[in-house]
Design a protein around this ligand. Structure first.
Ligand SMILES: Nc1ncnc2c1ncn2[C@@H]1O[C@H](COP(=O)(O)OP(=O)(O)O)[C@@H](O)[C@H]1O
Ligand SMILES: CC(=O)OP(=O)(O)O
Ligand SMILES: [Mg+2]
Length: 460
């Protein structure tokens, strides 16, 4: 059956997975291979290409993994690089099969021809008023483009990848799935800012929320893990990656989340400030007002503000020059954790890495605390996800220690340290296996896209 390409343009990465729909389980597409280009925004980027399922090839067994650093510069070049690798693999398969070398173990035949890709599903971060997936055409493309200013690190990059996909695979249908869709049930007073609501309505100025494909995946997987119907699941989910957010989920629906009109607010990210006093940016930028030789600012602060601040420049600075990068010089939170503590201990150092770590921890705890109240204490699990949430045992342990005052019994050190070595979509790292749980979910937005694609393919 047909192939589905699922494409996730994150702020620092491009993650792509290839799936096949199979006759006996069409609702759950089968993962064939996956690829990730990380650190796109802070080169050199790292490209990986991993074959998950047996593809009928002698030369490439399941699990075959490649890494290279081909000097990928942006999401579009990362996408083209992926397609080149896929085409090479298809060519190798063609040669081997015509040579009679087809792998007998392959239980479902896969024809890795790029022309077999019928649907290309793109994660698009900001959908505005769009809540259902849409096929890309001139109208929907323009709609997404108009929203680019509201997701400056994302929508533009997604559109460039979408264009490249249409060019390279003209026979495939491009479909956009929106991060914002999961938050469509936010109560009106939660989604509103305390501003004139006539202006708010006219200009669409409200909280939209993001990481929705991830939260949809987490909700389904955690519900299954806890043997609950998703419509009865109450969790607090933390998606902490280059962009970081928190979400209060009641009855399987988002009832509050930390990102807002844009993916800038809430938790700090690798290059994003997160919540700041909205006035801060004017004062931050007025430092750039002209100076005399002795350092005194020529203009008064007010004049400096009037002259210096442009929306696009302010947004660019808040989105690309703040966060961990501004605090430590690196966007790699793994490095921050390594340098924040004495090696092999939990002894904090007295440096900018410890400072950045403590700052993020503080902001996470603010949302975790608040969302317990939002859910009136009825929380089945606190769930860690995203690049940092899934990989940093120290972040999880520190949060785990802090929330003992809320009735959690803490993080099990063995389970927490052992996460990387254990398979599974959801892992329990709490000491107590009953009551409120502390979980890690290996979120997979591409799988969510593929699942969504199967649904719309049958519906449309
Ligand atoms: N071992 C680790 N410990 C802490 N953070 C990590 C580790 N490995 C990767 N990260 C962080 O995960 C982030 C990437 O997360 P991810 O969710 O993949 O990002 P994206 O927002 O691009 O989707 C990077 O900023 C990186 O610093
Ligand atoms: C919404 C968002 O910030 O996404 P990501 O973390 O993938 O950049
Ligand atoms: Mg991401």
């Amino acid at each position: 059956m047909s192939l589905i390409l699922a494409v996730n343009a994150g702020s620092s990465s491009l993650k792509i997975s290839l799936f096949q729909r199979i006759t006996h389980d069409p609702a759950v597409p089968r993962l064939l291979l996956t690829s990730s280009t990380s650190s796109i925004s802070s080169p050199p980027s790292k490209f990986t290409f991993t074959i998950i399922d047996t593809l009928g090839l002698d030369r490439y067994s399941a699990g075959h993994k490649e890494t290279s650093d081909p000097n990928i510069l942006d999401h579009e070049s990362a996408f083209r690089h992926f397609l080149d690798r896929l085409a090479q693999l298809g060519a190798a398969q063609h040669t081997e099969q015509t040579g009679g070398a087809q792998n007998a173990e392959s239980e479902v035949k896969v024809n890795l021809d790029l022309n077999e890709i019928r649907n290309i599903c793109h994660r698009v971060v900001h959908g505005g008023e769009y809540v259902d997936p849409v096929i890309i055409n001139e109208e929907t493309y323009n709609h997404i483009e108009r929203l680019s200013d509201l997701a400056p690190l994302h929508n533009g990059a997604s559109l460039r990848v979408i264009r490249a996909a249409i060019e390279a695979l003209p026979g495939a249908r491009s479909i956009a799935f929106f991060d914002t869709a999961f938050h469509k049930h936010l109560p009106a007073h939660v989604a509103a800012y305390a501003i004139d609501q006539n202006v708010a309505r006219k200009r669409g100025l409200r909280k939209y929320g993001f990481h929705g494909l991830s939260y949809a995946f987490i909700t389904r997987e955690v519900a299954q893990y806890l043997q609950k119907d998703p419509s009865t699941l109450n969790i607090i989910a933390l998606h902490i990656g280059s962009g970081a957010s928190a979400c209060a989920i009641r009855g399987g629906k988002s009832i509050d989340t930390s990102m807002g009109l844009t993916p800038l607010s809430g938790l700090p990210g690798s290059t994003r400030a997160g919540d700041v006093d909205p006035s801060l940016i004017f004062h931050y930028m007025s430092l750039d007002a002209p100076h005399q030789d002795d350092g005194t600012i020529i203009m008064s602060r007010k004049e400096g503000v009037a002259r210096e601040v442009h929306i696009s420049e302010a947004e660019m600075i808040l989105n690309t020059q703040m966060g961990w990068k501004a605090l430590t010089g690196t966007t790699d939170f793994g490095e921050i954790v390594r340098k924040a503590f004495l090696p092999g201990t939990e002894e904090p150092q007295d440096n900018q890495y410890t400072f950045a770590f403590n700052l993020l921890l503080d902001r996470i705890l603010h949302f975790v605390g608040a969302y317990h109240l939002v859910l009136r204490g009825d929380v089945h699990a606190l769930v860690f996800a995203g690049g940092v949430g899934e990989r940093s045992s120290v972040v999880r342990r520190k949060v785990g220690e802090a929330i003992e005052c809320l009735g959690y019994v803490g993080v099990d050190n063995m389970a927490n340290e052992g996460v990387d070595g254990v398979d599974g979509d959801v892992l329990d790292i709490g000491i107590q296996k009953r009551g409120q749980k502390i979980l890690v979910c290996r979120t997979d937005e591409q799988r969510e896209l593929a699942r969504g694609c199967a649904v719309v393919e049958d519906y449309w």
